[in-house]
Write a new protein. Structure first.
Length: 267
């Protein structure tokens, strides 16, 4: 992997992981353009995902601290009911775990089938067009005034499972589902990215298992790409949170449809 490819992959990972344009779809296209399945590809995936995971940690540091402290309450089953009612951070931890189940089940049961789609650029293009339609319809889902409740978390969890498909934006799908379920924009946006930590770190673990020999790893380009993924991820995350609060996610719809149509024609 060259330094140029590392910077490009870092930008793709950092920007598309959070902007509602599907990181999986863009990385599937990058695989075909940059020989992305070359030896060491699994390690590249690990570090790129670590870069974007760190972006979430930095932007939501105070929230994550509170969640970690409240998660200690999981060790006291007898106090779960009262903690869920009285402690917002504990309730968020429970809802994140609940919302992560659908994606975990789908990922485990259909892992090979889903991975095979990454080589089918036409399919990826079609799913990018679906993402574009979802984003275009978001203005119709005005959301509500409430925070994220059980129904909202369930809808967002199902959307996250759907977003395992390459070309479906996780942030676009989960945020639109949360708004349709009646969640307030700011609360839905915050929850969407906190819950994203689970599948991102899960992807790190899955790719770690694939690593057989890291002796020939190009550490210079790899670390540069990770830094680029982190920096661009922070910028993209802050930008998207602003778009969510203003209800402007539809702006990304034309781009997704354009890239999707191009991929369809190329596939």
């Amino acid at each position: 992997m060259t330094y140029g490819n590392a910077v490009l992959l870092g930008l793709i990972q950092g920007l598309t992981e959070f902007l509602p344009v599907s990181s999986s779809g863009h990385l599937a296209i990058a695989r075909n353009l940059l020989d992305y399945d070359a030896p060491g590809g699994a390690l590249v995936e690990v570090f790129m995902h670590l870069g974007t995971a760190l972006s979430i940690v930095v932007v939501f540091l105070s929230d994550i601290r509170a969640l970690l402290v409240s998660s200690l309450g999981l060790a006291r089953p007898g106090a779960w009911r009262s903690s869920y009612t009285d402690d917002e951070s504990f309730r968020t931890v429970v809802l994140i775990l609940w919302a992560s189940i659908p994606a975990g089940v789908v990922g485990l049961l259909f892992k090979d089938d889903i991975e095979s789609l990454f080589d089918r650029i036409g399919v990826v293009g079609g799913l990018l067009c679906v993402t574009g339609v979802i984003l275009a319809l978001i203005p119709l889902a005005r959301g509500g005034q409430k925070g994220v409740e059980f129904r909202t978390a369930t809808a967002m969890g199902l959307a996250q499972a759907f977003a395992i498909l390459p070309g479906i934006s996780r942030s676009g799908a989960t945020i639109s589902a949360g708004l349709c379920a009646g969640g307030a924009r700011a609360a839905v946006g915050r929850f969407a990215f906190l819950m994203a930590l689970v599948p991102i770190l899960g992807a790190v673990v899955l790719h770690l298992v694939k690593i057989e020999d890291a002796s020939a790893t190009p550490w210079g380009p790899l670390l540069l790409g990770t830094a680029v993924a982190f920096a661009s991820g922070v910028g993209a995350l802050l930008l998207l949170l602003r778009f969510v609060r203003r209800g402007h996610l539809w702006i990304f719809a034309p781009y997704c449809i354009a890239v999707g149509v191009w991929a369809l024609s190329a596939g």
